[in-house]
Write a protein that binds this ligand. Structure first.
Ligand code: NCD
Length: 387
């Protein structure tokens, strides 16, 4: 048995009953915190509590279920959890986001954890289906799956041969016929992963669709922030640059506001999409005002491949007003940290020296933790399909 990867049996029982922890704790007359302690430690509850647990579960859970070697990870799986696919951040609540982040912490740490987990997924397959260029995201998914012991197939797709509609669905149906467990899809059109998710029988992960969403990027950014700042709630985060064409911005705004952070978006008017304030962000066209008092500054690339026409007068002028350098970073808090999803364009949206300043920028840490986040997401999806 692979320990440390399974849910605590009581946790599993609670989940299967579609109960919340609170509801179950109330039945036992104990606090949620106490219940959570029982679910994460190898310790049998006090006799009077144990008796109540046996009674409440109709004998399904006995003291034996509390003895084991190793630790069950205290992860709350819920029936309402994002289900079979991860297509957007929109559908996740704060608990679900926290559970993905918590589980990734486990994958950052000791190597033996990874060795244990490899046994679990030997016969599982992940297919990377990237219709757009990508270095880090594709590699990250590949590495994550391989660290979990899965087989990985990278589809070689010539962008030019891809047509919309039928042929796209045909591709998906062909892959589906090979029974993969997970299909990771990136496409330049918003909504493609959703469309294909309806057609295939495996779990679909959206690895970036047009300018809509890029959920695993926002999750890994959240993990980096939480580890560096100790929390997400109450922080002030500025997202600067090409907001209009950015799926990273949309996923991040949704995630950060759900987790209780304040988000400022900063861009010239031409790169600020209409209605972005409806996602809960505050709009600024000026770096000085927008960066004031921020804890995290996220910089975005000018996404020329999604632009039709000219949105900025020149790269030099853009850098002058919106490129982040050490002077503009001075408008933020003294200990503000800089993030960028990559790929970076030095001297356009970020000063080259600042990009390399490991005391201020977290760019490579984002890449590093991305693998752990994707392992966590893959594991969540596979255990959801098992249930
Ligand atoms: C982003 C993307 O592709 O959406 N990059 C990434 O996933 N690391 C952002 C970008 O391309 O600028």
């Amino acid at each position: 048995k692979v320990l440390g990867l399974r849910m605590h049996p009581l946790n599993e029982w609670i989940t299967n009953q579609v109960l919340t922890r609170k509801e179950f704790a109330d039945k036992l007359d104990i606090s949620v915190a106490t219940l959570s302690r029982y679910l994460s430690r190898d310790r049998v509850p006090k006799p009077e509590i144990m008796r109540k647990i046996i009674e409440a579960t109709g004998g399904a859970i006995t003291p034996e279920n509390f003895y084991f070697i190793g630790n069950y990870k205290d992860v709350q799986f819920k029936k309402s959890f994002f289900g079979t696919h991860l297509l957007s951040i929109e559908v996740l609540n704060a608990n679900e986001i926290t559970s993905i982040l918590d589980r990734s912490e486990y994958f950052i740490k000791p190597y033996e954890n990874l060795l244990n987990s490899q046994k679990n997924y030997k016969n599982r397959t992940l297919i990377n289906l990237f219709f757009e260029d990508s270095t880090r995201t594709k590699t990250s998914f590949e590495l994550a799956a391989k660290r979990l012991g899965m087989n990985v197939i990278n589809m070689q797709i010539e962008t030019s041969s891809i047509r919309k509609g039928e042929s796209l669905i045909d591709t998906a149906m062909t892959l589906n016929a090979m029974h993969p467990d997970i299909l990771v899809i990136r496409h330049s059109l918003s909504g493609v992963p959703h469309l294909l998710a309806d057609k295939v029988r495996c779990a679909v992960i959206n690895a970036g669709d047009g300018q809509h969403e890029h959920p695993t990027q926002a999750l890994l950014d959240a993990l980096v922030i939480r580890r560096r700042k100790g929390k997400i709630k109450g922080l002030k985060v500025a997202i600067c640059g090409d907001i209009a064409h950015s799926r990273v911005a949309r996923s991040n705004i949704k995630l950060l506001t759900t987790m209780g952070a304040k988000v400022n978006v900063i861009a010239p008017k031409t790169l600020m999409p209409n209605g972005i304030e409806n996602l809960g962000a505050r709009i600024y066209n000026d770096m000085k005002k927008g960066l004031e008092n921020t804890d995290i500054v996220m910089i975005l690339r000018l996404q020329h491949e999604r632009m039709h026409g000219s949105y900025i007068p020149s790269p030099r002028e853009y850098f002058r007003f919106y490129g982040l350098d050490i002077i503009k970073l001075g408008y933020a808090k003294r200990d503000a940290l800089v993030m960028h999803p990559g790929p970076i364009n030095r001297g356009i949206e970020i000063d080259s020296q600042l990009a390399d300043d490991i005391d201020r920028t977290l760019i490579l840490e984002q890449v590093e933790l991305g693998v752990a986040i994707r392992m966590s997401v893959i594991e969540h999806l596979i255990s959801n399909t098992e249930n």
